[in-house]
Design a protein around this ligand. Structure first.
Ligand code: FPP
Length: 233
């Protein structure tokens, strides 16, 4: 199947797994794996824009990742800061809209401000919505949504799936069509647990830093051959 015959998912979400193993295989510290994984994002974001994907959601830091060694947590936060510092102008010029998905308030103030700035600067871009899930947990997201619904005084009989969807961190993005997890792990890991109800999953043994444009096309090709029924016949 050539790229013109591929059925392009409107929304791809990715669990970028395997950075640590990629680094270990080279005798490098884990953070080098995260750096290589971040570098890899360049080609994947560009490929999504080229292929006409409209939403890309990246699982970059989960609510559980705070439990990793301090050095790794701080290193990941530094990576996020540096991506905003060095890549924002180019992403903006390419028409990418950055959206943070997760609880912002737990993040260090300086980074929070930069994240908010990147969202504000790119808010009118329409080529690709780049949802960055940082301090994100699917269960936490549902708790947060319910808290907002209660605070807004929405009566119980008015709460339906639509109302919950509108109060999730991902509001404004459609449900993901295709979720990719690299590195051979076959778990959901608290990622988009509400939104993934009818997503197609694709698992590959390739470690995230090695997941290139060809691998992305392979995943989309695989997705193109699936018959989605959404519970119907
Ligand atoms: C999982 O691999 C990867 C992470 C927990 C971090 C992913 C984050 C990035 C690539 C940074 C992205 C930056 C932006 C701005 C979006 P792992 O460490 O669990 O790998 P392992 O299972 O091999 O140990």
């Amino acid at each position: 199947m050539t790229s013109t015959e591929l059925k392009i998912p409107a929304h791809i979400a990715i669990i970028m797994d395997g950075n640590g193993r990629w680094a270990a295989a080279r005798g490098l510290p884990r953070l080098e794996g995260h750096r290589a994984g971040t570098e890899n994002l360049r080609q994947i974001i560009r490929a999504c824009v080229e292929l006409g994907v409209k939403y890309l959601t990246l699982y970059a830091f989960s609510t559980e990742n705070w439990g990793r060694p301090k050095e790794e947590v701080n290193g990941l936060l530094t990576i996020l800061e540096s991506v905003i510092d060095h890549e924002l102008n180019e992403l903006n010029a390419e028409g990418v809209r950055i959206v943070h998905v997760g609880r912002l308030e737990a993040m260090p103030k300086k980074i929070r401000q930069k994240v908010c700035h990147s969202m504000e600067k790119t808010r009118n871009n329409e080529k690709l919505v780049l949802n960055i899930a940082w301090n994100y947990g699917g269960r936490d997201e549902i708790v947060c949504a319910l808290q907002e619904i209660v605070k807004a005084g929405i009566p119980a009989e008015k709460i339906n799936e639509e109302v919950i969807t509108q109060h999730l961190f991902t509001h404004g993005s459609p449900d993901p069509d295709l979720i990719i997890r690299t590195s051979g792990e076959m778990r959901v890991s608290n990622f988009l647990i509400w939104q993934s109800a009818y997503a197609e999953w694709y698992f590959t043994p390739t470690l995230w830093p090695d997941f290139n444009k060809e691998e992305l096309k392979k995943a989309i090709d695989n997705y193109s051959h699936r018959k989605r029924r959404f519970g119907k016949l």
